[in-house]
Design a protein around this ligand. Structure first.
Ligand SMILES: [Fe+2]
Ligand SMILES: [Fe+2]
Length: 160
């Protein structure tokens, strides 16, 4: 997991994560800090193991750690975060030793992590999409009534 740790040490990742923490300090809805990113990575990896999907652990963790990295640019510049995030991830992944094919898979997964069409995919994009949604504990959230997620999207029960 050396390459994954390099992502967390990368100056671009660190800078954007710090800015995001600052921007979300007073946010009452779901935040996008490292806890969320690791929840997504672990849930995605569990699905991968349970269903013997054979996706490399490093690809899952890399996609999860980077999927919301563009969130700050969405708040400050109005750029959809899947797009801003894919651009930032492209800067980071090469420096961390991911080859072209791996980068493409990760960037595709980041780019469509909000696209409902990813929901049923068996590839990295699908695993990331499902883990991202399953990671949110709407049934325990005090801001649930004001959240803009539709009732069908919210997790009212634990996903196990
Ligand atoms: Fe996101
Ligand atoms: Fe997310």
């Amino acid at each position: 997991m050396e390459r994954v740790n390099k992502i967390c040490e990368h100056p671009v990742w660190k800078r954007h994560m710090d800015q995001l923490e600052e921007l979300e300090q007073k946010r009452i809805f779901c935040k996008h800090g490292v806890e969320h990113l690791l929840d997504v990575a672990r849930i995605a990896y569990i699905e991968n193991l349970e269903n013997q999907m054979g996706i490399k652990k490093e690809l899952i963790y890399a996609a999860a750690l980077l999927h919301d990295i563009g969130r700050g640019l969405q708040y400050t510049k109005g750029i959809p975060h899947e797009k801003a995030g894919a651009d930032l991830a492209a800067e980071i992944l090469g420096d961390c030793g991911f080859d072209d094919e791996e980068q493409q898979k990760i960037l595709d997964a980041i780019s469509c992590h909000r696209d409902i069409q990813s929901r049923d995919h068996r590839e990295l994009a699908g695993v990331l999409y499902r883990a991202d949604k399953r990671s949110r504990m709407c049934g325990f959230c005090k801001a649930s009534a004001e959240c803009n997620w539709s009732e069908e999207k919210k997790n009212h029960q634990l996903y196990v």
